[in-house]
Design a protein around this ligand. Structure first.
Ligand code: PLP
Length: 405
């Protein structure tokens, strides 16, 4: 009998956030068990809604938006993204080099597919948002992970980046604010990465999808502002800032010196054309989203929902013996560390399964974010204060008796 296997290209491609543990959680749900899903940064199931004014704009324009658009996006959306880039001080941006996508995800995959050949290396952070590692691999390249240092609030380890640059390195990926750590990088760190890219003639990929989800007085600065000459692709979108993950709208902004990347840009344009265009109704709300103050801003201040959920989650985690956590200042994730000796942890997927089975709480293990040792996990801090507090109390109880065989 003839059988069909997945392509060899997928051999090393993983996406644990929706991987086997999440599949098990879905099966438990189907069997009638209520699961608290802290695995995906999807605000809608936790009662966050896209602003009504934005939904109204989409409805109003729906009937004009049934056709394909220009493959890079409708002029009004690209102009609005261009103006947003200006507000952020992004240098050297041209409106005709802004691409809209079905989420930033599609553009991340596309930008790597257009660039990489077998043997090409891309420096990706560890931990990372695993789409990056998966997409480098799928594109035929080799992800080389540079460490972010937990002891320094999860900042990229610049020396580690330096050590890992070689003649095959083509690009550095920076995720700032970071998923899964919730770190936001200061100017000095961004400057050092930009300088390394310049010195070694590397492209920069800057994932800034959480640029508006920043707390505690921190301010987000775009990586490209530190490297006006270095060719940089900046990824953004409305999934998180406007709680509309399902509408699928993101963008990619090119800036820096184009003189050596003309053919690469032609490749990007070709891939954008082949997928025709991104979701047009979602493009129609870009201006409305970017022009106005985000509804999210108040949620990030003391008393606001995202701020208070983070406070509740972190203060509950800090009380758990054998667990430590770096306080995140951005996005809505944290990446706690488990004491390896105390819990005898050697398999963090098993840890996730055990927690799921015992507490009916779904988290994603640290190795799912390409963290090299099985001693971390990610929590999505989107549930309301009572729910997240009781989930963390449950975690404390679970850990009080936990030790891997
Ligand atoms: N980049 C990071 C760091 C993310 O966390 C996510 C989604 O969680 C994405 C990109 C993808 O976002 P989008 O919904 O725009 O595809």
């Amino acid at each position: 009998m003839r059988t069909f296997e997945k392509s060899k290209k997928l051999d090393s491609v993983k996406y644990e956030i929706r991987g086997p543990v999440a599949v098990k959680a879905n099966e438990m749900e189907e069997a009638g068990i209520k699961i608290l899903k802290l695995n995906i940064g999807n605000p809608a199931p936790f009662g966050f809604r896209a602003p009504q004014r934005i939904v109204d704009v989409m409805k109003e324009h729906l009937e004009e938006n049934e056709g394909y658009s220009h493959s890079k996006g409708i002029p009004d959306a690209r102009q609005a993204i261009y103006e947003y880039a200006q507000k952020k001080g992004m240098p050297n941006v041209h409106q005709d080099e802004i691409f809209t996508g079905n989420g930033a995800s599609e553009l991340i995959t596309m930008s790597l597919n257009a660039l990489l050949n077998p043997g090409d290396e891309v420096l990706v952070p560890a931990p990372d948002y695993p789409l990056w590692t998966g997409s480098v691999t799928l594109a035929g390249g080799t992800p080389v992970h540079y460490l972010c240092d937990e002891q320094s609030d999860w900042m990229p380890d610049i020396d580690d980046i330096k050590k890992k640059i070689n003649a095959n390195t083509k690009a550095i990926v920076v995720i700032n604010p970071n998923n899964p750590t919730g770190a936001i990088y200061p100017d000095e760190v961004l400057q050092q990465i930009a300088d390394l890219a310049r010195e070694h003639e590397l492209i920069l990929f800057s994932d800034e999808i959480y640029d508006r989800i920043v707390m505690d007085g921190y301010e987000h600065r775009s990586l490209c502002t530190f490297a006006p000459d270095v060719f940089t692709l900046t990824f953004g979108g409305l999934s998180k800032s406007h709680m509309m993950c399902g509408f699928r709208i993101g963008w990619m902004i090119l800036c820096g010196d184009r003189s050596k990347v003309k053919d690469y840009i032609a490749g990007l344009t070709l891939l954008a054309s082949m997928r025709l265009c991104s979701n047009v109704p979602a493009q129609s709300v870009v201006r409305a989203c970017l022009e106005d103050k985000s509804e999210l801003e108040e949620m990030l201040l003391p008393g606001g929902r995202i701020y208070e959920q983070r406070e509740a989650c972190i203060s509950a985690l800090e009380k758990i013996p054998g667990l430590s956590v770096v306080r995140p200042h951005a996005a809505f994730y944290c990446f706690p560390k488990l004491d390896v000796e105390k819990f005898n942890i050697h398999d963090d997927t098993q840890f996730a399964i055990d927690l799921l089975e015992q507490n009916h709480v779904l988290i994603t293990s640290g190795t799912g974010f390409n963290w090299p040792t099985p001693d971390h996990f990610r929590i999505v801090m989107l549930p309301d204060v009572d729910t997240i507090t009781s989930a963390m109390e449950g975690l404390a109880e679970f850990l009080s008796g936990y030790r891997q065989a």
